[in-house]
Design a protein around this ligand. Structure first.
Ligand code: SAH
Ligand code: DHB
Ligand code: MG
Length: 223
């Protein structure tokens, strides 16, 4: 058995018992596929982790950068209390349209707002509205802008907020000295920023599973 087949099988086992997709999540993936969206959403076990992290945070306000078809959005929004709110930023109007339908079918349209446009344009607009500080920020868009997204996340959060950065390993490319691609540079800059920033305390964890070999970083905003 290949290593990645083994990772798939174990992820399937954990998913079956711990993170099974319900009708709304299944339909979200089906319609994302049908619309031709890339299959780069978080896995079910990762989605469940996002939900748990938001619940542990007691999150009332969540910011997501990179909506795609709304799969991670649905997992995150399910952690919210009735008066909670999630803002998700998505560049592609097509992705956002699919996401809005998926989110509505999950019964979360009252709590979730998808804003279309490049996140680096949406973020200053959002800041101008003086929103309450976000309790959790999930950064999962174009990796080249990760350091900018991290800067904005710092501006839009409070002491104790949690920032989650997806795809920080990319098959090991992050630590390959020969690798100079923009997305890897962006991720390295974000990792090094977390390591050196007086207001951030963070770590990064490598993962295997149905999404291959990758990982995520967690950073807590401190005083
Ligand atoms: N969080 C999603 C996956 C997001 S994939 C999930 O796990 O279900 C990355 C998304 O970021 C894509 O939909 C892509 O269109 C979007 N994106 C890329 N560049 C962007 C930008 N500059 N601003 C906002 N979104 C962007
Ligand atoms: C890619 C982006 C993601 O957010 C992800 O989880 C996996 C892959 C990508 O751009 O290839
Ligand atoms: Mg991702």
């Amino acid at each position: 058995m290949s290593e990645s087949q083994l990772w798939d099988d174990v992820d399937d086992y954990f998913t079956t018992h711990l993170a099974r997709d319900d009708d709304a999540l299944e339909a979200a993936l089906r319609d994302s596929d049908a619309a031709g969206l890339p299959r780069i959403h978080v896995s079910a076990t990762q989605g469940k982790l996002l939900r748990l992290l938001a619940e542990i945070q007691g999150a009332r306000y969540i910011l997501e950068i990179g909506t795609l078809g709304g799969y991670s959005t649905i997992w995150l929004a399910r952690a919210l209390p009735g008066d909670g709110h999630l803002v998700s930023l998505e560049h592609s109007a097509k992705h956002a349209e699919v996401a809005v339908r998926n989110i509505a079918r999950a019964g979360l349209d009252r709590q979730v707002e998808v804003r279309v446009g490049p996140a680096l344009e949406s973020l200053p607009k959002l800041a101008d509205e003086n929103p309450p500080p976000f309790d959790l920020v999930f950064i999962d868009a174009d990796k080249v802008n990760n350091p900018h997204y991290l800067e904005w996340a710092l501006r839009l959060t409070r002491t104790g907020s949690l920032i989650v950065l997806d795809n920080v390993v990319r098959g090991g490319r992050v630590a390959d000295p020969a690798e100079t691609a923009d997305d890897v540079r962006g991720t390295r800059a974000a990792i090094e920023m977390i390591g050196g920033h007086p207001r951030l305390s963070g770590t990064a964890i490598q993962t295997v599973g149905s999404k291959g070999y990758d990982g995520f970083a967690l950073a807590r905003v401190r005083a």
